[in-house]
Design a protein around this ligand. Sequence first.
Ligand SMILES: Cc1cc2nc3c(=O)[nH]c(=O)nc-3n(C[C@H](O)[C@H](O)[C@H](O)COP(=O)(O)OP(=O)(O)OC[C@H]3O[C@@H](n4cnc5c(N)ncnc54)[C@H](O)[C@@H]3O)c2cc1C
Length: 394
Amino acid sequence: MNLDLSTEELAFRDEVRAFLEEARTPELREAGRRATSVFMDKRYSLPWQKILHARGWAAPSWPKAYGGPGWNEMQRHIFAAECARAGAPSLAPMGLRMVGPVIMGYGTAEQKAHYLPRILSGEDYWCQGYSEPGAGSDLAALQLRAVRDGDHYVLNGSKLWTTHAHWANRMFCLVRTLADGKPQAGITFLLLDMTAPGIRVRPIITLAGEHEVNEVFFEDVRVPVSGRVGEENQGWTVAKYLLEFERGGGSAPGLKVLLGRVRTAAEAAGLLAEPSFRAKLIETEIALQAIEMSEHRILAALSAGKNPGPASSMLKTQGGETMQRIDELLLEVAGAYAAVDQPAAREPGSNIPPIGPEALLTATPRYLNDRAASIYGGSNEIQRDIIARLVLGL
Ligand SMILES: Cc1cc2nc3c(=O)[nH]c(=O)nc-3n(C[C@H](O)[C@H](O)[C@H](O)COP(=O)(O)OP(=O)(O)OC[C@H]3O[C@@H](n4cnc5c(N)ncnc54)[C@H](O)[C@@H]3O)c2cc1C
């Protein structure tokens, strides 16, 4: 695989670089530096999405016909790498990377015309209603009941771990429309309005002290049948298609920046001379190179109009675990200073590890937050099962 940039690609990189330099406000720069999670606060991700949208760059992987920039595989990689390098805020994936491709693949002409422009512009902010109490890894066990009443479904039940439900005005949701028979055969995929009467959102505060996830309760919530994607009881096929995009990778450029920061700081702190630390750092660098190559292969598949397939499970597992290893290395470099912010340690003459004040402030929340990477999007144990069956044929 030749990753050397051609003259045109170098010109494209410079164009992206100049845009990122010019378009990020001081507030967005600060938000990027202080990010502690792959999910950015809506206060920052949405203004940034609007700026990108104005330039036509909000959805690098979308086909041109739906408002994407029409970039090839290398251009998308360059864009992602430059965003990571600059520390640009990340965009919420639920609309752009999850339900958007599903609507393109399975939606009606009306659904495409209505929702896709609103996803691009950020007018609709989406959340994902898949998991429930008792239905996480065993997603097909979901129980949120939807009963047909004329032109509506009436929903009763609850969802759990719903990221950004407190900010979303739309949810894509799996509901049970048939109680008998094979569990997978009684599920329907619905698009619904989070402001509908009967929906209640309750926060869950994580170990990192952050409000990202929620419980969502439904009491006689009426959802128009026109919000259904695919046929009734055929939602499982739609749900699985979406999960391939959810797990589809794209993490290498950001991880490279983080790991580069760890290496620089470790070098300045004299830690590279320690064989055990050096070995861990190099192992992580090698793992990251393998992820980067795999991501190129997935990008190539997407460019050729294919969906990611089970390779997305491999990337999800490797990307998440490598991210956790980088977090651990950063904590090791920060040492005792990772525990809390210690302004006195930043005074001239202090022996604070040279990892920069933002990295110091965010090391512990990031570590705690990223523990979830091996759980969300389907736990790594479940991904390894998928790999065993679909890749290794076991
Ligand atoms: C931060 C965060 C954000 C999330 N955001 C969303 C969201 O926006 N929308 C949404 O719908 N969901 C979301 N989730 C839910 C996530 O998809 C589930 O947590 C995940 O699928 C695991 O389900 P569970 O929590 O019910 O754990 P369980 O399924 O109860 O699993 C518990 C443990 O048992 C293991 N296990 C279970 N079954 C097997 C098996 N067959 N073989 C081997 N091991 C097994 C699991 O790997 C895990 O370690 C989020 C979760 C987190 C932590």
